[in-house]
Design a protein around this ligand. Structure first.
Ligand code: TTP
Length: 400
């Protein structure tokens, strides 16, 4: 059985992180999202078909020809015309039952096992309190009878998680699928046609981890969730006088200097350099070659590769892009004093993130001047810089 993994998306809601990488390559808990998906499927498949498009080379270069010894075939979807169109691209490479998985979700092995072991076309679902913002699966007995998008009056509380097991017969239905109201070829329309023809489609119910990672703060959610599984491992250089509490991973080639105080779950990746006298709290990833210097506090954040907070900074609930540099004294606000949840702009619209604490998202290469203040929920895009002492109250730079 193969896993067809959809990874062609641009991730426009994830900007500015996706200005320089496709969404499946956004690092979470130390490796790209898509790699976690491949990991979750690894025990159940004998190969992968990756559907790639936007910045496809980044995915190819990172994953190469195999994952955990299982071969990877790449197929191009030049234009994102919908999930049915994407899955249809795998047709020449699949001749038996297969899994179709999104490359930008957090799932666990148990869910993949349930899909792989189902005896007919299967849809992964999860019970949710309010299904109105999901595709909702209606059932008669154990058979799925329809899938309704964002219904006012949901037929059940089973949300469609967008992960499937198909027989190759689905490709004929994909061929016959027309464009939906939003102009895309949707796999749910292909499945509806299959059901109308009397084919058996079942819903497998999931009760473990599942997160759809579409917007920047969901990267932090995913990071928190995945770091729960890390266990203490100290392979790097730890100077005398450093304190490492709980599930802290210091990879080989990383260095934690004297006076650093680290409370897990924290992952310090190879080449990273922490301290002296830094305070790092979970759930945090200090990425490869990243720097957290003297009197810097980092909490619940991700510093991507080569990012640097060298002196006297506070970074909370934030994502600092690759090679971004925080000038001395840069501080991030991550909490509103009116106790409202933090808002962030997504494609130009202010969205309530539902998070009480959320800091900033900086694109790769951003530079802040000394003593910059970054307000909660602000983003700085590619090429953005700030002047010394600036208070950044709204987004700026390209691709935010
Ligand atoms: P989305 O999250 O809907 O799309 P996206 O990743 O481009 O993000 P955004 O809406 O922010 O621009 O897609 C769900 C998954 O399916 C994701 O893994 C990308 C993948 N996909 C394709 O590979 N090809 C497609 O044509 C579509 C629509 C999605």
């Amino acid at each position: 059985m193969k896993a067809v993994v959809l990874a062609a998306g641009e991730g426009t809601r994830m900007r500015p992180l996706t200005a320089t990488r496709p969404k499946p390559m956004v690092p979470v808990a130390g490796k790209p999202l898509v790699e976690h998906v491949l990991d979750a499927a690894a025990e159940h498949v004998d190969g992968y078909v990756l559907v790639v498009g936007y910045k496809a080379d980044a995915i190819r270069d990172h994953l190469g020809d195999a994952h955990r010894g299982k071969p990877i075939t790449y197929v191009d979807q030049d234009e994102q015309r919908g999930t049915a169109h994407a899955i249809g691209k795998a047709d020449p490479h699949v001749d038996e039952r297969f899994l179709a998985l999104n490359g930008d979700v957090v799932i666990d092995d148990g869910l993949v096992a349930k899909l792989a072991n189902a005896d007919s076309t299967a849809i992964a679902t999860m019970r949710v309190d309010d299904p109105r913002s999901y595709g909702v699966v209606g059932r008669d007995g154990d058979r799925v009878v329809d899938i309704v998008e964002k219904p006012d009056d949901p037929p059940s509380n089973l949300a469609n998680l967008g992960l499937y097991a198909f027989d190759p017969a689905i490709f004929e239905y994909i061929e016959r699928t027309g464009r939906s109201e939003r102009g895309e070829y949707e796999i749910t329309d292909s499945i509806e046609m299959l059901i109308e023809d009397g084919d058996r489609v079942v819903a497998v119910e999931h009760d473990g981890a599942w997160l759809d990672v579409g917007r920047p703060w969901e990267v932090l959610d995913a990071n928190e969730r995945l770091l729960e599984h890390c266990s203490r491992r100290l392979d790097g250089e730890i100077e005398d006088g450093a304190t490492l509490n709980g599930d802290v991973v210091v990879e080989e080639g990383a260095r934690v200097r004297s006076g650093a105080y680290v409370e897990g779950p924290v992952l310090i990746q190879s080449g990273a350099d922490v301290g002296p006298n830094a305070y790092v709290r979970g759930a945090t990833v200090i990425g490869p070659d990243a720097r957290v210097g003297n009197a810097v506090e980092v909490k619940n954040s991700i510093l991507l590769s080569g990012a640097s907070a060298g002196h006297l900074s506070y970074v909370g609930d934030s994502i600092i892009g690759a090679d971004a540099n925080l000038g001395a004294g840069t501080k991030v606000a991550n909490l509103r004093h009116d106790d409202q949840s933090v808002q962030m702009a997504v494609k130009g619209e202010q969205v309530d993130t539902g998070r009480r604490k959320l800091g900033t998202v900086l694109a790769d290469g951003v530079k802040t001047g000394i003593n910059t203040s970054l307000n909660a929920g602000t983003k700085l895009g590619v090429g953005a810089m700030t002047r010394p002492g600036e208070a950044v109250m709204s987004d700026r730079g390209d691709g935010v």
